[in-house]
Design a protein around this ligand. Sequence first.
Ligand code: CO
Length: 143
Amino acid sequence: MAKDFKIGPLNHVGVAVPDIEAAVETYRTLYGATDITEPFDMPERGLKVCFVNLANSQIELIEPLHDKTAITKFLARNAAGGQHHICFEVADIDQAVAVMTARGATVLGEPRIGAHGTPVIFVHPKNTHGCLIELMETPKEAH
Ligand code: CO
């Protein structure tokens, strides 16, 4: 079973922004996006997050709430903001960690609850040609 492990659908693309309200306005006015969730704080990660809902996926807009977040460091190198991570769904986060580790990936930290309320982990960009990858357990009611 583990041998057959593979990623599921693209869930979202994470975009770091210095000003989430300004970014929401851009997606509304420039791209005409109409379904954008209200920004909410994730205090345990020091982030403010919202989702631009698209027909087939989401853009996750992420603004740091303070100076000690991973996103703060990213914005220090990318002042205007930029694409931060790509998130794929997986059926079982513990299986994903076990298989990815066995396949030689550097999984960052322990699974924790992400912005969709299900466990997530991150895979080091060095394993994916420079892309930080988030793996997110598929919400049970979604599919
Ligand atoms: Co994400």
